[in-house]
Design a protein around this ligand. Structure first.
Ligand SMILES: O=C(O)CCC(=O)C(=O)O
Length: 194
């Protein structure tokens, strides 16, 4: 029997989470389509990450590069996430598929500044997302003590999250090493003027 949550997780303002955002069948279809995706390795602050990535649409880097359009198999999901976020689907101008093989994490980060809102869906396995207030790198050494996780939640397979406002700008997030293969599909809107 499926475990029900009586209370939602305690999350910063602007962070929204929904279990069962997609069905088992939709998850299987997405995973089948992802099997044909060519992932690339990704460098974060000079270190090659253990997760692999595939970017579509507006480049993750500030320097515009050649854009591969968001593929058809992601469009229905983008539409549904946009309806939840109450925005035009096209406003989710970039998509990113992250592939986390067993033991792959994503370190603490706040999303790249050229993006605004983030919507994400988790596939295949659960992971834990941790959040803590964002501190600019130049100010980290001035902190009195170690930094603490202030919020965390389980991202279940087929669930979705929306990160906007305070949760997006005032917090950073990370995912500890995953227990088994997980994909996330995230869409991002562009910040005005970028
Ligand atoms: O895998 C996830 O759900 C989080 C992805 C993420 O934080 C990112 O791509 O910056």
């Amino acid at each position: 029997m499926k475990e029900m949550r009586l209370f939602g997780p305690d999350l910063p303002p602007g962070f929204d989470y929904r279990d069962d955002f997609i069905t088992d069948v939709e998850e299987r279809q997405l995973v089948a389509a992802i099997a044909g995706v060519e992932f690339a390795s990704f460098e974060m602050r000079g270190v090659v990450a253990r997760r692999r990535v595939k970017f579509y649409g507006r480049s993750y880097d500030a320097v515009p590069g050649p854009e591969e359009p968001i593929p058809k198999f992601l469009l229905p999901l983008r539409e549904r996430l946009a309806a939840w976020a109450t925005i035009d689907p096209a406003a989710f101008a970039m998509a990113l598929i992250n592939e986390y093989r067993e033991s792959a994490p994503i370190g603490w980060h706040r999303d790249a500044p050229q993006y605004e809102s983030i919507a994400g869906v988790s596939l295949l396995s659960s992971s834990r997302m941790k959040l803590r207030p964002y501190v600019a790198p130049k100010d980290v050494s001035k902190l009195a003590g170690p930094r603490k996780t202030t919020h965390q939640l389980e991202l279940r397979p087929r669930s979705a999250y929306l990160i906007t406002g305070e949760a997006r700008q005032g917090y950073e997030h990370s995912i500890p090493p995953v227990a088994s293969l997980r994909y996330s599909i995230t869409f991002r809107t562009l910040r005005h003027g970028r």
